[in-house]
Design a protein around this ligand. Structure first.
Ligand code: 48F
Length: 257
């Protein structure tokens, strides 16, 4: 058996990562944000045969799901959300009629694993800092290593192209913010601009998250909490059915085009 050699380990990592990254410089769908909505969208798009990659700023995917409510790592879903967890094989327990709980760690790890095994590629530790726009349509993302963003080092980013982008960046709507700031692109909201998130109202927010999941400007679908923040909907706290259903809807919109 060949002895382990640090130089070979290094070459293996660099070569394999370069292969993967070059392959995903052009793709069908680029998802920004690896929270529940982004991960579910990645799974259904990959299952639908799309070449899809997900870019996540943090080292770990999962967004706001790991911590349940206030770091108590259980989440709540309603009947419709439970159906999605059932489809992923995530176990749920009925708490009361239309209230089910699930272990947050089982949710994130299972959904991520199934998305990756379905063919979605995850690029973690990468931050999307800008977009590419051609003829009024968003055609790509400008990305950098998150530690570069954190340290503020003066290093230029790189770019990837995609037919569709999903902004699944949660409360901050980061992709849409940069579009609003830098481009003359009108969003399909009431005022043509980002409306901003309203305060907590679980019942209303859960419904609106699904309604607000749509193409918000040419080439960009907004999903998850970002959808409510973009269209002026309320937040919902640690009930996650809307996030899961929104991710599925975002994928279905793209698959139907
Ligand atoms: O916030 P997040 O979990 O988004 P979501 O899918 O789910 C929202 C819930 O977690 C919760 C809620 C529940 O009902 O309201 O908040 O809408 O995940 C968003 C992910 O996007 C990443 C961020 O690190 C997080 O993991 N992200 C944000 N901005 C960028 C980004 C960016 N510019 N580039 C890359 N990743």
């Amino acid at each position: 058996m060949q002895a382990l050699n640090e130089i070979i380990i290094t070459k293996a990592i660099v070569e394999r990562f370069a292969e993967k990254f070059i392959e995903y410089t052009e793709m069908d769908v680029a998802i920004v944000g690896g929270g529940p909505s982004g991960l579910v969208a990645a799974y259904f798009l990959a299952m639908g045969g799309k070449k899809v990659a997900l870019f996540e700023r943090k080292l770990s995917i999962g967004g706001g799901m790991w911590g349940g409510g206030m770091m108590m790592n259980e989440i709540v879903v309603q009947e419709a959300g439970k159906k999605i967890l059932d489809a992923f094989g995530v176990r749920t327990r009925e708490y009361q009629q239309n209230y089910f709980t699930a272990d947050a760690i089982e949710c994130v790890s299972t959904i991520c694993s199934m998305a990756v095994k379905a063919g979605a590629k995850v690029f973690n530790c990468m931050t999307v800092e800008d977009v590419i726009i051609r003829d009024g349509r968003v055609t790509g993302l400008v990305i950098t290593w998150s530690p570069l963003e954190m340290t503020g080092l003066h290093v230029d980013p790189l770019s990837v192209g995609a037919t569709h982008i999903i902004d699944a960046t949660g409360h901050d709507t980061e992709v849409l913010k940069v579009i609003e700031r830098k481009a003359d692109v009108v969003l399909v909201t009431e005022r043509g601009k980002l409306m901003g998130e309203r305060s907590m109202w679980a019942e209303k927010a859960e419904k609106l998250t699904i309604e607000n999941t749509r193409e918000i400007c040419p080439g960009v679908i907004v999903a998850g909490m970002a959808a409510n923040a973009a269209f002026g909907g309320p937040r919902m706290g640690p009930i996650f059915g809307g996030m899961l259903l929104s991710g599925k809807k975002a994928a279905e919109i793209i698959l139907s085009l």
